[in-house]
Design a binder for this molecule. Structure first.
Ligand code: GDP
Ligand code: MN
Length: 424
């Protein structure tokens, strides 16, 4: 059977991506371990979670210089700055002592990079690696699923390293492409020619072609939606190594890639998202606003967020309870939404199709009763569709502080009003 990787075209590399795909990303140390299993060469390193780990690691790493690398799920670490002003999330340190001192500055600190946003990402793990001497040049190599050709494609540039985003804009012609036919895999001759375009000759071109094949095999076997090596380095002695690696995996492949999913860093995920996953609640995405939303269907979820914004409010989350939520799941959804102290009102916006309005109403009532005093915020419910009348009757008869509305505008306006925010 073809993997998803071979049959679906999507994902763009980080520097070209305009949309946000829901994909699993793993830390660099995990990515490198997975790549090693497919014969891709990386430098030796040890993942550390404490200074004691770092002390043990530097003793095991043979090179005098050591590289201390912050493990966060975002790129641009080298040029990043910690919130306390300490510069650089990746340091090449002169010796073991220097590496330990640097690790102390990074561990527990928060790193802000071009990709993290202003909030930054907390560094809870470090990857301590041997320093690679004699780097001649740094290349950019990525394997993506290209929409236009609906096939996997390598994109690469001789000018890799830390400025690839700028290069994509200023000199797009310097980015080379190699399309892969999924039925045949990576073609040897085409891969060698591609390596030559990147400035490799003879045995070196063959070695690079071999690396490309290994990267492709890894992506296909592991259901990657993207592999990004930046930089792939050529050393003075001709060796080619991948010294940074980012792997993204197709979320729909979680069931058949348990080894990969074990590497997921849940600490960097929103706690409420983790709880929603565990409760089997469709899609839950935490946002920054104060109107908690419970909606069925992704389209209605987006429309609900829009209409909240229209009335001057901001959604606290995106929650699609799907077409078959049971009462206990609705209770769970309420618990998750109200666990966010910013939530000042809950807006339940349901279109009853397969999911009947009276079931939702009963679920809302039970959830409100179940939560008792824990539920401090008002609820606005808009029900439309199958068994609408029965649903509203149930809500009205409940005597609870639940506002029922027919119209999406009226309901959204009410919800925003109840948060205490003023409408623009
Ligand atoms: P990023 O900034 O998040 O992409 O982190 P990278 O892992 O790519 O590291 C940033 C930069 O540090 C690389 O582009 C290299 O120039 C440099 N670097 C990383 N490891 C080594 C190493 O072992 N030796 C040397 N000399 N430079 C390194
Ligand atoms: Mn990099």
């Amino acid at each position: 059977m073809l993997s998803r990787f071979s049959t679906r075209a999507m994902a763009m590399p980080a520097f070209a991506a305009g949309t946000q795909a829901r994909a699993l990303n793993v830390h660099e140390y995990s990515a490198k371990r997975i790549l090693n299993d497919f014969g891709v060469k990386t430098e030796y390193g040890i993942m550390c979670e404490s200074i004691a780990d770092v002390e043990a690691a530097v003793a095991k790493i043979k090179s005098t210089k050591k590289v201390v690398k912050s493990q966060i799920l975002a790129g641009g670490r080298g040029k990043g700055t910690f919130v306390d002003g300490f510069k650089g999330g990746v340091h090449v340190c002169a010796n073991a002592e220097d590496a330990i001192a640097t690790a102390k500055k990074m561990l527990g600190n928060t790193l802000v990079t071009k990709q993290t946003g202003a909030k930054g990402a907390k560094v809870e793990k470090l990857f301590i690696t041997e320093a690679i001497p004699g780097i001649k040049r740094e290349l950019y190599v990525a394997l993506v699923l290209d929409r236009n050709t609906a096939s996997p494609m390598f994109i690469a540039s001789q000018e890799g390293g830390m400025g690839i985003e700028e290069l994509a804009h200023s000199n797009p012609e310097k980015i080379k492409k190699l399309q892969v036919n999924v039925h045949n895999g990576v073609d040897e001759a085409a891969a060698i020619k591609f390596a030559e375009e990147l400035g490799f000759q003879d045995a070196k071109a063959e070695a690079v072609a071999e690396t490309l094949k290994n990267l492709y095999n890894c992506a296909k076997s592991k259901d990657c939606t993207m592999v990004e090596i930046n930089p792939m380095v050529e050393l003075e002695d001709g060796t080619v190594l991948c010294i940074d690696a980012k792997l993204s995996f197709d979320d729909n492949a979680a069931f058949r890639q348990p080894d990969v999913w074990k590497e997921e860093d849940l600490s960097s995920k929103d706690k409420k998202e983790v709880a929603a996953d565990a409760a089997g609640l469709g899609a839950y995405i935490a946002l920054d606003g104060n109107v908690g939303c419970m909606v069925n269907g992704a389209g209605l979820a987006m429309a609900t967020m829009d209409v909240i914004s229209k009335y001057g409010g901001t959604p606290a989350n995106f929650l699609d309870v799907g077409g078959s939520a049971k009462t206990d799941q609705i209770v769970k959804a309420f618990e998750i939404i109200t666990a966010d102290p910013h939530v000042k009102c809950i807006f339940v916006n349901i279109f009853g199709g397969i999911m009947k309005c009276d079931v939702i109403a009963a679920g809302v009532i039970e959830a409100v009763q179940h939560m008792g005093d824990k539920l401090q915020v008002p609820i606005v419910v808009r029900l439309k569709g199958t068994n609408e009348k029965e649903g509203k009757d149930l809500l009205n008869a409940s005597g609870l502080r639940v506002y029922a509305a027919d119209d999406i505008d009226v309901a959204a306006k009410k919800a925003v009003e109840l948060t205490g925010q003023t409408t623009a």
